[in-house]
Design a protein around this ligand. Sequence first.
Ligand SMILES: [Fe+2]
Length: 341
Amino acid sequence: MAATKLTQEEVTSRFVRYADLRPCTTAFIDTRTPGSEQKENFTIIGPGVSESPDQFVHIDIPHGFNIGAARQPPGCVNSQHSHETAEVFVVHSGRWKFSLGPDALDAEIELGPGDTVSIPIHVFRGFTNIGDGPGFLFAVLGGDDPGQVTWAPYVFEEAKKHGLILLQDGRLVDTAKGETVPPDGTPMPATTNEQVNSLRRMTADQIKGCVVREAALDDASVRVFGNDGPGESAIIGAKNPDENMPAGKMSWLHGFHLRRWKFDPGYSTPWHARDEAEVIMMHQGRLKYIWEGGELEMRAGDVLSAPIGHARQYVSGNDEAAIAYVVRGGDSPGPFTEIAK
Ligand SMILES: [Fe+2]
């Protein structure tokens, strides 16, 4: 593997601090609907599934997956919709209820910080902040272009009542602001009963099989980098005998892997590189990303995309454990390559 030499600027262009996240509050058809109008949508690694030209994409380099996020105040609802790809939520803060089915009545499950749910393709899902403060969660979608979402029929009716029309090419027309359907635009027909009936329905027991609780991860961790490195726990993805890593509970194909790192204070990885995309979603503590010629420090809520082939070392802060959720490209990523220093 050829070591990739990068400047501080090149690496920081792949780093998004939580405080610098640029929200879009008009990303979707339900953004005027009472109960949903206060949600903030983020596209960190794009293009995502936003329906608004106002959505800012922080990192537009194709990774084979998308990283987005949502921040919502207490009681705020993200309406029922279905995707053409895998959608995985990692809760960063707050308590959340995920509801399934076209009317959110089929099944529900509650998640807290560090918990993960992988909602299968072609299932209506929505989520509500049920905590008493703002909540933030990461969402990982499969593929470079995850396409558009299919909204449940009631979402179109509610949106129309509050002035929003969704066009077939994904644009939104805000009639409350005086906008009209442009000559080159065709309103998206509301989802039909036939389409609803063609989607999958899930029971409460079935969705439990798609959830990994953070509390279960420490016992399942493997010291992939040796005893001074993080405990690494598989959440999504196949087993990798090269790393002595078992399969994650969600072992079906997503197009990416998800694992969780927990570093004790002051622990580090050896210098190494990888052949696949690696994205760090910081959950707790501090973690330095060090490369030849530079370093940066990640804190809770920050996201870094480590370049393919880039020689690096991760070092945790001395004061508390560092926890990160790590997304890697492909269904069968290989092991890291150690680099002599
Ligand atoms: Fe979604």
